[in-house]
Ligand binder design. Structure first.
Ligand SMILES: Cc1cc2nc3c(=O)[nH]c(=O)nc-3n(C[C@H](O)[C@H](O)[C@H](O)COP(=O)(O)OP(=O)(O)OC[C@H]3O[C@@H](n4cnc5c(N)ncnc54)[C@H](O)[C@@H]3O)c2cc1C
Length: 242
């Protein structure tokens, strides 16, 4: 499959192309599916992975290329493997994941992923996400193993209680918030709790946000403008459009 004008633009921005091959699948919950792949040389080319690293996968929709971001899960540079985790809903990418079988291939372009752990390292982490950003959240928790974290996970399915969060009960608190009013309920829950948790001196905190685009924008503006967190202590990226 060619990648159309979007592929041409990514090439201009030095996007690098790879083909992943499915080696196995796991239905983690009714609405969350893990696909194991070989990386087509990606991890060797990049010299490893960074937390929250993602790729643009190319799906075919009615003969047209359809590009969507997905996060690398447990990258193993020595083996040249990682997994992809799909929060399942209606959609071309999800349809591909539902049907994926060993031997299937998927094209990917590496362009735009960038993230460095904040310096100085935060003493406290506040994370707001959902099933789509769970792989990135887990990679962040793995990268900051001794850091206490409060996590709000917006949930759209009863089975989200069983999502594979990597929590250390001594360090991490998870609040599962049902998705209501297009994200407004999550915003309200965070607005109620976050100021008290941040306290008078938020300078040692770091806030990481990845929900639907509109909710992410609202929460990022709240953290930066109303809570007055410095720009480099808030990371926000919309993961999907409602
Ligand atoms: C940097 C980055 C990393 C990402 N990593 C992951 C990842 O590891 N795992 C993952 O599952 N997703 C991840 N996403 C989100 C994923 O790219 C989007 O959810 C994407 O829109 C799914 O494509 P689709 O073709 O299945 O559905 P689309 O064609 O985009 O949308 C079809 C319908 O589903 C709705 N929809 C789209 N996404 C969601 C969602 N997450 N929840 C509920 N409804 C939705 C849309 O509003 C639309 O009505 C990431 C996004 C970014 C930007």
């Amino acid at each position: 499959m060619g990648h159309g004008w979007e592929g041409a633009v990514l090439k201009l921005f030095r996007g690098r192309d790879f083909t992943f091959t499915v080696t196995g699948t796991e239905q983690v919950t009714q609405a969350f599916r893990r696909i194991h792949v070989t990386d087509g040389g990606l991890l060797a080319a990049t010299g490893g992975a960074h937390p929250t690293m993602w790729v643009r996968l190319w799906f075919d929709r009615d003969g047209r290329p359809h590009q969507r971001g997905y996060t690398l899960v447990d990258p193993d540079p020595a083996a040249g493997t990682f997994s992809l985790e799909f929060a399942l809903h209606d959609g071309t990418a999800c349809d591909w994941a539902r049907a994926a079988e060993p031997g299937d291939t998927i094209d990917a372009t590496l362009q735009g992923t960038r993230f460095s752990l904040p310096e100085p390292r935060p003493a406290r982490l506040f994370v707001i996400g959902d099933a789509a950003s769970l792989p990135a959240v887990n990679s962040l928790l793995d990268a900051l193993p001794d850091t206490p974290a409060t996590i709000w996970c917006e949930s759209a399915h009863a089975t989200d209680e069983d999502l594979p969060f990597r929590l250390d009960p001594a360090l991490h608190t998870l609040h599962t918030v049902p998705r209501r009013d297009e994200g407004a309920h999550l915003v309200s829950e965070v607005r109620t709790a976050l100021p008290g948790l941040l306290g008078d001196d938020p300078s040692d905190a770091y806030v990481w946000i990845a929900c639907d685009t509109a909710t992410t924008r609202t929460l990022a503006a709240y953290a930066r403008k109303e809570l007055r967190l410095p720009k480099d202590r808030v990371h926000a990226l919309g993961y999907w459009r409602a």
